[in-house]
Write a protein that binds this ligand. Structure first.
Ligand code: PLP
Length: 413
């Protein structure tokens, strides 16, 4: 960061502090990760200097030879990674990828069925204040009160009655396997198109530790920066017959010039994701998640659905006399970073919540394993059970810093 320091000392100072924060804290935000230095460097590359509106060999600007090459590389690697028929790598974010699918195939007021937000869904799956909730009509499925898992018979019932044009599956805070084959059957029964938003679990799918949606879905969207461990952005996969609709919805429908430096970084991340080491990494994420969950359960902490199949778990903090916001703040005092999250049938508003969401992708990238997960679960349990014990928070923070020092994030920035 020498050059940043020379030019802008204020920004340099803030970045240095943030580097320290990322190094010294236990990051358990399920949607976050640490990109490789190669991805990081590519994100800051010279391709930020150019406009490349359009697609390969159909650009609206001259001088795009290398931009075509990079974009094709990213597309071909993504196709190989997911076995998709067609891929658009230009969406700036997951929200825009979802918007592009809706924009491609829906008209205003068309009907869509998706998962309720407080049961695990995402803002772009029909929240009233979101563009999705404003332009389309939504019905929602959720998890069963008893199992806290998706009840596919119930989804079928709702779908048969509502007759949506599109069904959206995929979630932001669902700790269990999603059965895409069952969703396909439900979509076929009611004549709907099917979209999977795999933002959270894309890496797991690549690693073979979560079922694959691609054979079953008309559209699959994913962010690139969560378990997939690329820079911030998204891609859309679809059947070939929808290629033109999707491309047109992204550009010129919703975006102008693509962020070609980010697309170059996406190409690098996809190359990394094609390796055997990446598969192993994904297996380790799930292994760590299960160890952490089991140790929390051993400490009599209630987990939604009783555990996890994937990279995340949801803790119900109400039985501990806390709300999610308070619990997240207590953990942060000790250097453990999670987010407050609504849980199914939550009575508290999203600003407070009854739960916290915990995920293992970032710690697994740092190389932490079973032993570290057990320690972390025990620290979390102690902290949540003694919310006013400042001495304990300080003592655990020291342990957290020591642990983090053993697992450095970037050696040569
Ligand atoms: N879809 C799901 C399931 C997500 O969890 C998220 C982000 O958390 C998104 C879409 C949106 O991604 P972005 O924040 O890049 O717009």
């Amino acid at each position: 960061m020498d050059r940043i320091k020379k030019v802008d000392d204020e920004v340099y100072k803030i970045l240095s502090e943030e580097l320290k924060r990322q190094q010294e804290n236990i990051i358990l935000i399920a949607s976050e990760n640490y990109v490789s230095l190669a991805v990081l460097q590519t994100q800051g590359c010279i391709m930020t200097n150019k406009y490349a509106e359009g697609y390969s060999e159909e650009r609206f600007y001259q001088g795009c030879k290398y931009y075509d090459e990079i974009e094709l590389l990213a597309i071909n690697r993504a196709k190989k990674l997911f076995g998709a028929e067609y891929v658009n790598v230009q969406p700036h974010s997951g929200s825009q990828a979802n918007m592009a699918v809706y924009f491609a195939i829906l008209n205003n007021n068309d009907k869509v069925l998706s998962m309720k937000l407080d049961h695990g869904g995402h803002l772009t799956h029909g929240l009233k204040q979101n563009f999705s909730g404003r332009y389309y009509r939504w019905a929602f499925y959720g998890v069963s009160k008893k199992t806290e898992m998706i009840d596919y018979d119930d989804v079928l019932k709702i779908a048969s009655k509502f007759k949506p044009k599109l069904i959206v599956c995929g979630a932001s805070s669902y700790p269990r396997i999603i059965d895409f084959e069952k969703f396909r059957k439900i979509a076929d029964r009611c004549g709907a198109l099917l979209m999977a938003d795999i933002a959270h679990i894309a890496g797991l799918i690549v690693g073979g530790v979560h079922p694959d949606p691609v054979p079953y879905c008309d559209f699959v969207t994913t962010t690139t920066h969560k378990t997939l461990r690329g820079g911030r952005g998204a891609i859309i996969m679809c059947k070939k017959k929808y290629a033109n609709l999707i491309d047109g919805a992204v550009f010129p429908g919703l975006q102008g010039g693509p962020l070609m430096h980010e697309i170059a970084a996406r190409a690098v991340a996809f190359k990394e994701a094609l390796t055997v080491a990446f598969k192993k990494y994904q297996q380790n994420i799930v292994k760590n998640s299960k160890v952490l969950a089991n140790e929390l359960l051993n400490n009599n902490i209630r987990l939604i659905s009783g555990g996890t199949d994937n990279h995340l778990m949801l803790v119900d903090v109400l039985p501990l006399g806390l709300n999610g916001k308070k619990a997240a703040e207590i953990l942060e005092e000790a250097g453990i970073i999670v987010n407050a999250n609504q849980i199914p049938f939550d009575k508290l508003p999203p600003t407070l919540t009854s739960g916290i969401r915990i995920g293992t992708p970032a710690l697994t990238t740092r190389g932490m394993g079973e032993k570290e997960m057990i320690d972390i679960a025990n620290w979390i349990s102690q902290l949540l059970r003694q919310p006013s014990n400042k001495k304990l928070q300080k003592a655990i923070k020291v342990k957290v810093n020591k642990l983090c020092a053993r697992f450095p994030i970037y050696r040569n920035l």
